[in-house]
Design a protein around this ligand. Sequence first.
Ligand SMILES: [Zn+2]
Length: 133
Amino acid sequence: MAGAAGGGRKARLSKPLSKEQGICILCGEEREGAPAVADFVISSARKLRAVLRLPQRHTVCCPSCMEECARRRAGYERKLRNYKLWAGVFFALVVASSFAFSNAFPWVLLPAAMGAIIILALPNFYYFPAFEG
Ligand SMILES: [Zn+2]
């Protein structure tokens, strides 16, 4: 299993920079560019378009927008990391304060976890896909 996955990765790396015809995510023009990595959001959007019988279109990043795309992706990834940290801090603070002020410890886990999940979901408002190449 691991060997097969490793082989797949090697095959992908040896491929030259992939170019695809599609709609640029930034300038919205139909151009040839690096395709978006099919992560959860991208593949869900494709499934949704298939269900709605909309024409499939590829999201790409054209060469002139490459720098801005990389910058936005980096910003999104930084937010993901930061919000993970904040969710952990929030959870720890709520649980710690319940220890300090009351003995309702088991009951505080639910709101603490829900708050942490909401914090974890926030950066997805800033979602920006990664691009191959
Ligand atoms: Zn563009």
